[in-house]
Design a protein around this ligand. Structure first.
Ligand code: AMP
Length: 114
């Protein structure tokens, strides 16, 4: 899926500020941070939305959440707390249709979200 901006990061065509990478995932700093800490974790495989995450690949879901833990620790928000957000389609405000987990922290976050 060459038109996908996150696939271009996986292929190396676009170079994000990488935090963590392994066989399954890539994690990088969000280009337009909404909090002092704002990172994204993506699967390397192109998966459009959360609903498209394959149910027969529990290892991938596990890899995504393990990466969230590792990125939060690397960015120093494990102790202070952080929020993980997955936007899914229109009403959520999903802009990039390649599954990604937001990691937000470094300040007190309001609830409920807007
Ligand atoms: P969402 O609204 O959940 O689809 O979030 C997409 C996120 O991707 C937004 O927070 C954008 O700031 C972020 N984003 C878009 N392009 C880039 C880029 N080139 N590098 C890093 N983050 C990006």
């Amino acid at each position: 899926m060459t038109s996908c901006i996150f696939c271009k990061m996986v292929s190396g065509e676009i170079k994000p500020k990488v935090i963590l990478e392994n066989d399954h995932i890539l994690a990088f700093h969000d280009i337009n941070p909404k909090a002092p800490v704002h990172a994204l974790v993506i699967p390397k495989a192109h998966i459009s939305t959360l609903d498209d995450l394959p149910s027969d690949d529990p290892e991938l879901a596990s890899a995504l959440f393990q990466a969230v833990q590792q990125v939060a620790a690397a960015l120093g928000v494990s102790e202070t707390g952080y929020r993980t957000v997955i936007n899914c389609r229109g009403d959520s405000g999903q802009e990039v249709y390649h599954l990604h987990l937001h990691i937000l922290g470094g300040r007190t976050l309001g609830w409920p979200p807007g």
